[in-house]
Structures are given as C-alpha cells and as structure tokens.
Design a protein around this ligand. Sequence first.
Ligand code: ATP
Ligand code: ATP
Ligand code: MG
Ligand code: MG
Ligand code: MG
Length: 258
Amino acid sequence: MANSKYEYVKRFEVEDEVMYPNIIVVQIAGRNFHRFSEEHGFEKPNDEKALNLMNASATKVLENFSDVVFGYGFSDEYSFVLKKETTFYQRRASKILSIIVSFFTSAYATKWKEFFPLKELNLSPSFRSRIICCASMEVLQAYLAWRQSECHLNNQYNTCLWKLIFSGTSEKEAKEILKGTQKQEKNELLFRQFGINYKDLPQILRQGSCAVKIKVEDIVKYRENGAPVKRPRKKAVIVHSENIATKGFWNNYSCLTE
Ligand code: ATP
Ligand code: ATP
Ligand code: MG
Ligand code: MG
Ligand code: MG
C-alpha cells in the first residue's frame, strides 16, 4: 500500500501505543466458560486438569515471546506481564493483545488432547483480552495482589457453594446461604459442616499459578572425553506462592525485575 493513492487510509487506524515507562500487562479471560466447563464436564468446583491446561498454555506464551516475563492465572483467566523496556510491536496495545490472546487460545486448543485424552473438544474456546497499563512497579504489584485476592475469594466461595450442592442443597438455596458471608464465616462453614480446613486445600486452588522463567542448562552434546557441552536457556515453569506482590517473591525470580 506504500505510496499508493490509498496511503491516507492508514490515518484511520487508532493510535494505541502504551508509552514507556508504563508496564504492559495483557489480561485474558475465558468467554462463557460457565457453559464451556459444563459442556466438557469439568469437575466442580475446580477441575485440576483444566487448570493445568491453562498453565501449560501460559507456559507456551512465555516460551514463545521473550518479552513476556511473567504470568499469573486462576480459573479461566491469565495476566501476562511484559518486560518494562519492551518494544514488541512498537508497544501498540491492539497488536500485542491480539497476538497474545490468539496464541494462548490456539495453544489451549492444541494442548487439549494432552490433558483430556478421552474428551472431544466440542466447543471452540475463546478468550477476550485487555491491556492494563501499570505506571510503576508498585501499581503492577497492586494489580497482582488484586487478582490473587480475587482468586482466593472466588475459590473460597465456589468451594462452599459446591460442598453445599453436593450435600443436597439446591443451587438457589446454597447461594442464599452464602449471600453476604465474610471470609471467616465461609471458613467456619467449611470446617463445621464438612470438616474441611480451608488452608489444607491445594495451593493451585487457593493461590493461583505463576508462570516464571528460570535459567537452566541443556546438555547439547558430549565431547570425546565424555564431558558434556552445556547451553544456557530460559525455561518457563509454574510455581505457586502465597503472596505474589511481595518483594520476597519478586527477589526469587529475576525475570520480574531484570
Ligand atoms: P464471561 O464470559 O463473562 O467471562 P464466564 O461464563 O466465563 O462468563 P466467569 O465469571 O468468567 O464466567 O467464570 C468462569 C466459569 O468457568 C465459572 O463458572 C467456573 O466455574 C468455570 N471454570 C473455569 N475454570 C474452571 C475449572 N478449572 N474447573 C471448573 N470450572 C471452571
Ligand atoms: P507479519 O507478522 O508482519 O504479518 P507475515 O510473515 O505474516 O508477517 P505477511 O506480510 O502478513 O507476512 O504475509 C503473509 C505470508 O503468509 C506471506 O509470505 C504469504 O506468502 C503467506 N501466506 C498467507 N496465506 C497463504 C496461503 N493461503 N498460501 C500460501 N502462502 C500464504
Ligand atoms: Mg470467563
Ligand atoms: Mg473469570
Ligand atoms: Mg501476516
């Protein structure tokens, strides 16, 4: 199109560069996963295979895009943090979010069989996305703390809801019982009625999952004398942590600050 009579059409495009030094976060969230999870018979309240599929897709995002340095997710959502100095697609919001969300979605679909070998993927999964523009590290940490507290609230509520439903309470009644209850009351309900100590639930449910990059060394070949030839590489792995917005956590993972 360069130098053609249509060149002027370019001006109709929306300017959406996220200015440095803002940190770019891409948040993606499953669309209509209530239906999607029902259609595919996800275990309630939490199907761990489905969470592992989300995590595996997120890991692929980190491995495929060197500028994505961190991911945090739970339920049907994931947030991806780009390194502060990124120049990926000239920092244009629409380009970045469309690439990340479509890559994640196709990874989710292609990895489906690995996690659900006996279930057909009957519905095409879709995710929507948005850019969160964090003006400083502190804002980024506040954002992550917020998402992790949502994970906790979401999981605690769903654990109570489904325990009540499985014990014969109707969904409507169960929602009525939980309406307006505080964290402490929900923990007590779980303990008194079902003998569950909320703190004993797996970390992946209570704390969500983090995708981080760590440095590893691959053995690429062996010399004649048997000595291995190693090559350093960054690998994406999933970790769980209680409070992902603390300095203590960030100091453990140089990918967040370098
Ligand atoms: P929207 O399109 O507005 O996001 P939604 O149907 O995706 O609507 P959410 O509020 O995002 O609704 O909630 C996600 C839904 O997906 C919940 O109903 C939740 O129970 C279900 N879900 C997501 N992940 C899992 C999982 N690992 N196991 C069981 N259910 C899940
Ligand atoms: P960018 O990431 O900037 O879009 P690109 O590699 O996708 O780069 P495009 O300018 O979008 O480059 O061009 C699309 C490329 O895909 C071309 O090389 C084209 O030959 C190839 N391609 C697309 N559709 C087909 C098709 N149906 N058959 C063969 N080649 C195709
Ligand atoms: Mg959703
Ligand atoms: Mg959601
Ligand atoms: Mg192209």
